[in-house]
Write a protein that binds this ligand. Structure first.
Ligand code: MN
Length: 503
């Protein structure tokens, strides 16, 4: 990876000090801070531009830079560093005004103690070890949400922690202005896909609004014959086309219908500046098929999507896609569909009616058309593929009445023991951690949804950093999960968030 994943975004590098040391030391602090900021900026591990800002030494300077960051449209957050001591009462006004995420980089300019030459001048200049603690205290005292990264600024492991946080901050930045379109409402009677859209906008910034399917159909109907032909040709070059959809095939016209739907949705999303959308098979008036290949390909382009009106999962998939920008592996809408409960290898077959993102495909997908038992429309066109074996996770966002809960389960995708020749949808087979029985019991105990964001690029740490910025509960089911402790965590979290949120 050479180019930055987010070339338009900035993180500001803010160094704290004080006037006590005199101009010579402050000049050295500024020079060292600039060296570190420039080194981060140039690092292929760092996904955004890192911008050096002048060393802050007073409460007024700190407040001013925080206000400036709030107003800067392309600034996603701050990295703070204490080269020296920086008395933290100076930071109260600025940090209380700061509306952008921040990470405390607990680093020091020199990696090693210069054993032979170290004297009190050196000690006065290089005080991160205690300066960072003073700064950390005020973060804790103000109960600010933040990430703390410890290590030398050339330590690749420390840079990896910063990279993850910057990706979470980029997704947060995106979420603040993201708009999601719901075509139709919720799948009738379903509980977990409901939620408070006003609460979501307050918690994550994004807005969700409904649109009649007729508004979408108007876009579908304006797609030109030439554009449909061009998109069908694109399908033919990108995928293995099943025989009934080939030229002269019995279902050939279905492929053009699917292409027209994709063009219509794409046009609607582009015109409205949307970051994602939902559909529902119960509301398809004027559409010939349930959109299948269209949301699959739109997800691959970075749009958030979920079926059955599930806007929370659509927004989560979008955030995961932003976090995973440029990383190996993909992210998709997913659903725990059916189980393999054989005692030697219990696993979950994940899929959906149609809409799994080809960013997680192993090899070239095939484009196929098959009947769909529900919805009462023509047979929908979809991409069919398997997902490569390897580590992955499922994440689910639920609305618990007064707040949101993010639930994560790490899994290992495995290769099915047989090819599933009659299964007409994209699918992934995985073994959840710590095992299927424990994972499913804990997931259900926590109220986890059947819909998830599934990813082979985004990690638990990305999601935890994102939830920390948002102030949302995170629950992790992994190799260490034990039910007795997990149930206690649920109860304690209920109490904590009730108290922390107040009225
Ligand atoms: Mn579903």
């Amino acid at each position: 990876m050479t180019a930055k994943a987010f070339p338009a975004l900035e993180v500001w590098f803010i160094t704290g000090s004080q006037h006590l040391y005199g101009p010579a030391v402050l000049q050295q602090v500024a020079d060292d801070a600039r060296t570190i900021a420039n080194s981060l900026d140039a690092s292929p591990q760092i996904p955004v531009n890192v911008v050096f800002k002048p060393v802050v030494k007073t409460s007024e300077e700190i407040h001013a830079i925080c206000q400036e960051a709030n107003a800067a449209a392309n600034c996603t957050g701050l990295i703070t560093w204490m080269h020296t001591f920086s008395p933290a009462k100076m930071w109260i006004a600025g940090l209380m005004a700061l509306q952008k995420p921040f990470a405390q980089f607990h680093t020091q300019f020199n990696r090693d103690i210069p054993w032979d030459s170290i004297d009190m001048d050196f000690m006065n200049l290089n005080q991160t070890a205690h300066g960072g603690r003073e700064f950390g205290f005020i973060g804790a005292r103000l109960r600010l949400r933040r990430k703390i990264v410890v290590g030398h600024w050339q330590d690749e492991e420390a840079l990896a922690r910063l990279d993850v946080w910057m990706r979470a901050a980029a997704a947060w930045h995106d979420s603040q202005r993201a708009k999601f379109a719901r075509f139709g409402d919720n799948m009738r009677q379903v509980a977990v896909t409901e939620g408070d859209k006003v609460a979501a906008q307050m918690a994550f910034g994004y807005s969700v609004n409904g649109y009649g399917v007729g508004d979408l159909v108007a876009h579908v109907n304006t797609a030109s014959a030439a554009a449909v032909d061009a998109l069908v040709a694109e399908y033919e070059s990108a995928y293995v086309v099943a025989e009934p959809l080939c030229k002269g095939g019995a279902m050939r016209s279905s492929l053009a219908d699917a292409a027209r739907i994709e063009l219509g949705i794409r046009s609607f999303l582009t015109d409205g500046g949307f970051a994602g959308f939902t559909t529902t098979f119960e509301d398809l008036h004027g559409l010939t098929q349930l959109p299948g290949i269209a949301p699959q390909r739109l997800m691959a382009d970075g749009y958030g999507f979920a079926g059955e009106g599930d806007w929370k999962t659509a927004a989560l998939v979008r955030a995961m896609k932003v976090m995973g920008t440029g990383l190996a592996g993909g992210t998709s809408f997913m659903e725990d569909y059916t189980y393999h409960l054989h005692p030697n290898g219990m696993s979950v077959l994940g899929a959906h009616m149609l809409e799994i993102c080809p960013s997680i495909a192993a090899g070239k997908p095939s484009v196929e058309v098959h009947p769909l038992g529900i919805g009462g429309k023509a047979d929908p066109v979809r991409l069919v593929f398997n997902v490569p074996a390897g580590p992955a996770l499922n994440a689910s966002l639920m609305y618990m009445g007064k707040r949101f809960r993010l639930l994560i389960n790490t899994v290992d995708v495995v290769t099915p023991e047989a090819p599933l020749p009659k299964l007409p949808v994209a699918r992934a087979l995985w073994i959840p951690h710590p095992n299927l029985k424990m994972a499913a019991a804990a997931w259900i105990q926590a109220g986890g949804a059947h819909h998830t964001g599934f990813s082979q690029s985004v990690t638990v740490e990305h999601l935890e950093d994102f939830a920390e910025i948002a102030g949302v509960e995170t629950l992790l089911i992994d190799r260490k999960t034990e039910m007795r402790e997990f149930k206690k965590e649920l109860r304690w979290n209920d109490l904590y968030y009730h108290l922390a949120q107040g009225l």
